[in-house]
Design a protein. Structure first.
Lengths: 465, 465
């Protein structure tokens, strides 16, 4: 069934006052790969208005593109082709509906930024553990739609693991009311987790009940220089053995990343300049175990085993924030340098050292490039980004970009890894999914999409092309 | 489309040697509520043979009832009505396929018992955290199919949270090969979590890659007498505040439960006999924090606040095992006493004390009964079981059983709780789901069922009647 472009007739069917002017902020995306088109922008104020918008679009056969903070990196929230869609923004649904510190539960609307959700938890004496570089802009709806990851997944899991229940509007305009505050509820199919990570192709999440967590009694943060990724993994195992359940972050940073920071963001202080590889480690500790003592014991053992060559322990919250700031500025430095190609990959932990050797050798054979590999080593999730050699321009690599991407992804898939660890499929990786996805899984996905969205109005072209 | 009974023609279409004699162990269930019927029993040896069985059943329009260890409590694995089905047992698919201590991952076939999976993890120097009273018999396939819970959910989540990937046969006989060993993989819809908890109605899980975890450096176990459920919840909050991430179990035990043990299992030693309510607390502690010191600090603060009136701290592994044995024997004592009605419910934590007051008053008005309420308080999951008054027989309550069940479930639902926290829907609670489930959620479940299993051959009558 062909979709119609969003038009005046549709506009007259929408709830009063939901239309917004079509502005650039609804059409762009961070890497500038896609430019969206918007026939109409609707910003409903309630789940009932969202349902009315969806019903009107279904009746008019107009596509809906859900739009959160617009920080997604795979083109999931822009529709550059096809009939002009209606862009659905939940920016006016940004309230906290309920905060229950005694249950460690918070109910938030999907238009809140992730940072605002964190703030609400903090105001209740708790924390919301999900943390991302883009948290000041990213909205909860997008965070859930993409099943976002970030720096605390090692301990807390992705967005999916922190969500207890959702309210959503399904493609037929019905309202799924399932904002439960329960840790356990085995009453039928897991629709919550199906909508989470579906990138807006199966419905619109309008609110969610979220797990909060107690603020840990102590926090230990350190930057540690390691000889290489294999030693970093051995250090991770050592830390998990000593502090099982308390290792909340384990981020890998390459020497190239430090070079980039020094080059384009020289104001960022580097505690271990020149380290070929380093790790940002964070432990959340119970009462009775002093952070310094915990770190020093670990460090002593790790140095004796040759896993760590140098280290800087945060002696204050300010110093810990400084270490995290270094980590969080890596993407910004990358943007300023300008990548040839970037890859959000995950691998089984034991495959990582060999993958890095083999991928480095393969890319060296394809030309003169720099590789900045960093990311969430504890989750096996690396941001493996390829840059021009010093003094060369991105454009010099235009003819090789596609080949580089394909070669890296093929090498990841051959090692039982994923070509999209945390960013999702969006529109950027639909061909990768069609090529490398398990055929039975793809067929089941298509059957579910057809069953829940028979008109194909929900974010068409995303996930399943 | 009507289903045919399993018959000789179907038998001739199955892979050679998969048929087993139809025995009682394929037809019964622990509470004796249902008696299954089996036209044929098939026990395939490989996923390919499972696929062949499913294809043959699809061609013959014969229903398939998947059968694990048969420990489910809601009739999910017995089909008492309709044309005789084929019973599919994975008892011959019980191998460990892969153990990766360096990745904390284990790949196991669905016919393994949960205890055997735990043993395999232990042999690799790790642990598989899921723990249930029936773990010696329950099979992994059933554990995943039911999204089983148990005593370690507070820290580790349900079965779903411990599964990284699955291999499964879908209703059309296609094989979903998605045994990933990855912590992060955002490449499309979450079919894994959809099949987990679907109780065999959307496909047959044949193997799974599972998360292992490091063995904690220290374990602290205590039985603590508390004045009541409200104080138990305050104690939980206190423990979480001191030891966030380290509280691995928090089980509530009522005085009635202790009475039952004394009555029918007097050999079970009771460290705190006569306590009106008690809590079994377990902390998994990092190196550097002595279990005794941790518990004593907590206890001191809890006693000062009036949350704990007495306590017994396990001074050895044997003593901890003794505390756990008491907890694990509660269901056995209940069976010997013989319940009028049992309820596997969950509630928002803050609702629990009032619910217990109100439900107790309501039942007192319905007759003379004893209530044994115990369970996973940390998850808000209570086994709220109703028994005859002393000296009365179960049969004396036959006329009130349905009314009691309905009244308890209605009270749970009115307080935003669940009428099935961890046991699932099976055949026992299909009417509850149809009555209390969110209509949009039910409609979406039916659409998904019809899309993936258009012939309706997968465990018909379970979950969705």
């Amino acid at each position: 069934m062909p979709l119609n472009p969003a038009d005046d007739r549709l506009a007259s069917q929408l709830p009063e006052g939901v239309l917004r002017p079509v502005e650039d902020r609804y059409l762009d995306e961070p890497r500038g790969r896609y430019l969206g088109q918007g026939g109409l922008v609707a910003a409903p104020r309630s789940v009932e208005e969202v349902a009315a918008v969806v019903r009107a679009c279904a009746a008019a056969r107009v596509a809906i593109v859900p739009r959160g903070g617009g920080t997604g990196l795979v083109g999931g929230s822009v529709m550059p082709e096809g009939p002009a869609p209606l862009i659905l923004s939940l920016e006016r649904m940004a309230r906290i509906r309920d905060v229950r510190p005694d249950e460690d539960v918070l109910v938030a609307e999907a238009g809140m930024t992730l940072a605002a959700v964190q703030d609400a938890a903090r105001a209740a004496g708790r924390m919301f553990p999900l943390a991302l570089a883009s948290q000041g802009t990213a909205q909860l709806g997008g965070v859930l739609g993409a099943n976002a990851g970030g720096t605390a997944v090692l301990r807390w899991g992705n967005a999916r693991a922190l969500c207890l229940g959702i309210e959503a509007v399904l493609p037929d305009g019905s309202i799924l009311r399932d904002l439960k505050r329960l840790r356990k509820d085995n009453t039928g199919y897991d629709l919550r987790d199906l909508l989470i990570g579906a990138e807006g192709t199966l419905g619109i999440i309008t609110a969610a009940s979220l797990r909060m967590a107690p603020v840990p009694a102590g926090l230990a943060t350190a930057m540690l220089a390691v000889p290489g990724p294999a030693e970093a993994l051995a250090l991770l195992a050592l830390a998990q053995g000593r502090f099982a359940g308390c290792v909340t972050a384990f981020e890998l940073i390459s020497g190239v990343g430090l070079d980039f920071l020094a080059e384009v963001l020289p104001a960022i202080r580097q505690p271990l300049p020149g380290a070929p590889w380093s790790v940002l480690l964070e432990l959340s500790l119970p009462q009775g175990l002093a952070p310094d003592a915990a770190l020093e014991g670990l460090l002593e053992e790790a140095m004796a085993a040759g896993l760590v060559t140098d280290g800087a322990l945060a002696r204050s919250g300010a110093q810990a924030a400084e270490f995290w700031s270094l980590r969080e500025h890596l993407p910004e430095a990358n943007r300023r340098i300008g990548s040839v190609s970037s890859h959000d990959i995950s691998l089984p932990l034991s495959e990582i050292p060999r993958f890095l050797d083999d991928a480095g050798a393969m890319l060296a054979a394809m030309g003169d490039m720099r590789i900045n590999c960093f990311g969430h080593l504890g989750d096996g999730n690396l941001h493996y980004n390829v840059f021009p050699a010093r003094g060369r321009r991105r454009e010099d690599y235009d003819d090789r970009r596609a080949a580089i991407q394909e070669a890296v992804h093929q090498m990841v898939v051959d090692r039982a890894g994923s070509f999209s660890a945390e960013h999702g499929v969006g529109r950027l990786k639909t061909a990768d999914l069609a090529r490398w996805g398990d055929p039975a899984r793809l067929a089941a996905m298509r059957a579910i999409k057809a069953a829940l969205d028979p008109l194909g109005i929900m974010n068409p072209g995303a996930v399943l092309a």
